[in-house]
Design a protein around this ligand. Sequence first.
Ligand SMILES: [Zn+2]
Length: 317
Amino acid sequence: MELLPNIHQIRCPYANRNVFVYLLTGERTMLIDTALSDSPEGSILPYMADINLPPDNLDYILISHPDTDHQGGNDPLREKCSKALFMAHTLDAPLIEATDVLLDRRQDYSDYGIPMTPKARDRVRSLCHATTSMDVTLQGGERFRLSEGWTVEVLHTPGHSLGHLIVYDRKHRVALIQDAALGSMVPEVEGKAELPPTYRYIDTYLQTLHQLSSLPIDTLLTAHFPVMRGAEVQNFLSLSRAYCLNAERLVCEAVLDSSEAPGLPELITQLSDSLGDWPKRRRPMLAWSFLGHLERLEAHQAVRRIEGDPYVRWTKR
Ligand SMILES: [Zn+2]
């Protein structure tokens, strides 16, 4: 769907969730994210055919960050869009170029008591066909002239990943932020909570939320939420921040109040219901943000890590 002149949103279904990728069409064209392994055939290429954009005319494919549902279609698109330059942040490129690196460095919390079964790893491998090397790695601050009078900026917005990138269109006051801010939950197609927010690095996530709230944004486009406009934009950013600060407080109190030195499984069981009403099977996804909070609390010397058997735990200092 063309949301604004030359800014297209393409919906890629992922189980009961939406993944939105975006296509910017000027004299040069840019695709933001490739969704899942079946999304190019199922959603992206058919959309491009509908707007008469031959695959060979795609110039840039920007991968906002490493995750199954953002890089999974890389290989199929590399095959079809032979001229497109693949781009990602330098810090995130290694995880975007190899699914096993993505699994080991980002998605598998086995050392923290949240095992990832071989079957779950195989499922990620089947959804994520990403062995494509990045042609260009970015740092944030790059500008892409898409047509006369229309230049967009790439900004570094870490927090969900170390190298998360967004595209900012100053002319139309549109920010295409993918997962840079995650509200208080990630919704399924009907808007109900499906996942907890999966930010991972707290200091940078909070800085990113601040950075986004100081940009003039009339339209906020994300990978999983409906389009936000006007006051909804600041409300969403404030909600993202409030959720994060509340989660940190709860995690901190739970560790300080416990005589048992909890690990991630105990903290998740104890706190999940106070944070959101996602389905029970999705609770383990709290590992991402909770580990971020615990690392930050360690850095601030509020809690102490106990390495070891069978998994890492935390206690008061
Ligand atoms: Zn993500």
